[in-house]
Design a protein around this ligand. Structure first.
Ligand code: SF4
Length: 482
C-alpha cells in the first residue's frame, strides 16, 4: 500500500511567528525581529515520518511564495491530509485558504493554533469550520500522529486525543480533554530539519541561519496578558541538558547551524538547570563554535547565571521588562519590580552581555504617567534593542476578562495583533494616545545620537551587520509613520 501523504505548511502572506503560540508576533510590522524556525511543523513532520507517512513541509510565508506555489504543491504532491498553523490575527484569511484547498482537492484538514486551546464556544461560533476536520490547541507533537493514525490506520479514537477538537456526527466541533500536558519531552524526536529550509530563519544581526531549540515548556508565573500558563501549563517541563546538546550537535554537524535560539518560556527560571546546560556546552566540542540567545525573567535571576551563559556562548539575552511602573507590574501580576528590571540591565552591562528589553504599554490600568515611567526605564536601562508592543487581550487570558468587564474591547480580538490592538485603549487613555506614546518611546530610544554612535562603533568591522542595522532602522521608521 502506498504511503499516505501529509502537507504541513504556513500559508503565503504576511510574516507571523506561527510556531510561537504564546505571541504569534507580526514580524512585518515590528522593529528588529526576524522569523524564527517553523519548529511546530518540524516536530509534526518528525512524528509523522516516524509513523511511516510521506511528509512535505513548506513555509510559504517566509519564502515569500505566492498562492500559486501552494497550488502547485497540492497538484504535484497530492496530499491526503493538510495541516496549517494559524494565528489569532490571520485566522479569517487562513480559513479562506483552507476553503479553496478543500473545494479543489478535498484533503483531510487540520488547523493548529493557540486559539483552539480550550476555546470559548462564542469565539468558535465566529469562525466557519465547514471545511475543517480537526483543530489542535495543544502541543502538536503530542497530537498530530494520533490524528493521522486514526484517519489512515483506524487506530484509536479522536475523543481520546487530549487538547484537540473534532467533529461530532452533526458536524459540530467538540473539545476533548484540555489542560493535560505530556512530561517526557526527551522522548520526542528532534524537529525534521532535513525538511525545513533552515536558511530562511536567520540571526537578525549577522543573517546566519539560527535554529530554534525548545529547552522547556510551561511557566509558573501568572502574567495577566500571557497565554503560556493557560496553553503550556504552570509547571515547567524541562528537557535534559544532554538531550538539548544532542540536538545542537545534530544542527551543527548535519546542517551547519552555529546559532541557536533557546526557546523556553523563561530560560533562566531554574538556575541549576542553566548551570548544567552551560557547563555541558563549555565542555563540549561545540564550545567556541556556536552562539545562542535566550529569554529571561528578571526574577529569579542571578548575576552568575548571566556570566555563565555568556561564557557558554550567549550573545544576547531578552528580558520581558514590560513596564517602568511598579503599579502596573503589580496589576499585571508580573511578579517582579522596576528595581529588579534595573538590576538585570546593570548586571548585563557589567558582564558585557547584550540584552533586549521587551516593554508593553496600553494595559487597562495605565495612565500617561505610567507609560512615561516606562519610557524613563527604557532610557535608564539602555538596552541594545527594544520592542514596545500594545497590550493584546488574547482569548483565554485574565486580561481578556478585564477588558470585557471594563468595556475596553473595541472589536473582536480575532484579527488583531500587538501593533493593531482590539482595545479602545486603557481606562484613562485612548488607543490613539497609546499608539503616539509607543512611537515617542521607540523614536526617542533609537534616534539618540549616543545610541547610533554606539551601534556604529560595534559594527565598524562587520559591514554585513551594519547593513542589517540600517535595514531594521529604516523598517522601524517606515512602520512608525505609515
Ligand atoms: S513570565 Fe509571564 S510573560 Fe513570561 S512566559 Fe511566564 S507568564 Fe508569560
Amino acid at each position: 500500500m502506498s504511503k499516505k501523504k501529509i502537507l504541513l505548511f504556513y500559508p503565503p502572506g504576511a510574516l507571523f511567528q506561527r510556531g510561537e503560540d504564546r505571541c504569534q508576533q507580526n514580524i512585518d510590522d515590528g522593529s528588529a525581529q526576524a522569523m524564527r524556525a517553523c519548529n511546530d511543523l518540524g516536530y509534526a513532520a518528525a512524528i509523522l515520518l516516524k509513523s511511516g507517512y510521506k511528509v512535505k513541509l513548506q513555509d510559504y510565508q517566509t519564502q515569500r511564495d505566492t498562492f500559486d506555489a501552494l497550488l502547485n504543491d497540492m497538484d504535484s504532491f497530492a496530499p491526503d491530509m493538510i495541516m496549517m498553523s494559524i494565528t489569532n490575527t490571520t485566522i479569517f484569511d487562513d480559513i479562506k485558504v483552507i476553503n479553496e484547498l478543500k473545494s479543489k482537492y478535498n484533503p483531510i484538514v487540520v488547523l493548529k493554533g493557540a486559539l483552539f486551546f480550550a476555546p470559548e464556544q462564542a469565539m468558535l461560533d465566529m469562525i466557519d469550520f465547514t471545511n475543517v476536520d480537526y483543530l489542535i490547541g495543544g502541543e502538536i507533537d503530542f497530537c498530530i500522529g494520533k490524528i493521522a493514525d486514526y484517519c489512515f490506520k483506524g487506530i484509536g479514537n479522536p475523543a481520546e486525543i487530549n487538547n484537540i477538537l473534532h467533529k461530532d456526527e452533526t458536524g459540530k466541533m467538540v473539545p476533548t480533554q484540555f489542560h493535560v500536558w505530556d512530561d517526557d519531552l526527551d522522548s520526542q524526536p528532534f524537529p525534521a530539519r532535513q525538511l525545513m529550509n533552515n536558511s530562511l530563519y536567520i540571526r537578525p544581526d549577522t543573517k546566519e541561519p539560527m535554529a530554534t531549540i525548545q529547552t522547556a515548556r510551561g511557566c509558573p508565573s501568572q502574567c495577566v496578558f500571557c497565554l503560556t500558563p493557560e496553553i503550556s501549563g504552570k509547571k515547567v517541563r524541562f528537557r535534559s541538558p544532554q538531550n538539548v546538546l544532542e540536538e545542537m550537535t545534530e544542527c551543527y554537524e548535519k546542517f551547519g547551524i552555529r546559532n541557536f535560539f533557546f526557546k523556553a518560556d523563561t530560560f533562566t527560571i531554574n538556575p541549576e538547570w542553566v548551570k548544567e546546560m552551560c557547563t555541558l556546552i563549555i565542555h563540549s566540542k561545540l564550545h567556541g563554535k556556536i552562539q545562542f540567545t535566550a529569554n529571561s525573567r528578571v526574577r529569579p535571576l542571578r548575576k552568575e547565571t548571566l556570566a555563565l551563559m555568556k561564557k557558554a556562548g550567549c550573545f544576547l539575552v531578552a528580558f520581558g521588562f514590560e513596564s517602568g511602573s511598579d503599579k502596573i507590574l503589580k496589576a499585571i501580576r508580573k511578579g517582579s519590580t522596576v528595581e529588579e528590571n534595573r538590576q538585570a540591565a546593570k548586571w548585563c552591562k557589567e558582564i558585557g552581555l547584550a540584552f533586549w528589553g521587551y516593554f508593553v504599554i496600553g494595559f487597562p490600568w495605565e495612565t500617561k504617567e505610567d507609560i512615561l515611567l516606562t519610557k524613563k526605564l527604557v532610557m535608564e536601562t539602555d538596552p541594545d534593542f527594544i520592542e514596545v508592543t500594545i497590550a493584546l487581550p488574547f482569548y483565554g487570558t485574565p486580561m481578556y476578562e478585564t477588558c470585557k468587564q471594563e468595556n475596553l474591547l473595541e472589536k473582536s480580538v480575532l484579527g488583531s495583533d500587538f501593533f493593531h490592538s482590539s482595545t479602545k485603549g486603557t481606562m484613562y487613555l485612548s488607543l490613539d494616545e497609546v499608539m503616539k506614546l509607543r512611537k515617542n518611546i521607540l523614536l526617542g530610544f533609537y534616534l539618540r545620537p549616543k545610541y547610533i554612535f554606539r551601534k556604529l562603533k560595534e559594527c565598524i568591522s562587520q559591514p554585513g551587520v551594519f547593513v542589517q542595522y540600517v535595514k531594521y532602522g529604516v523598517k522601524l521608521v517606515v512602520n512608525l509613520f505609515k
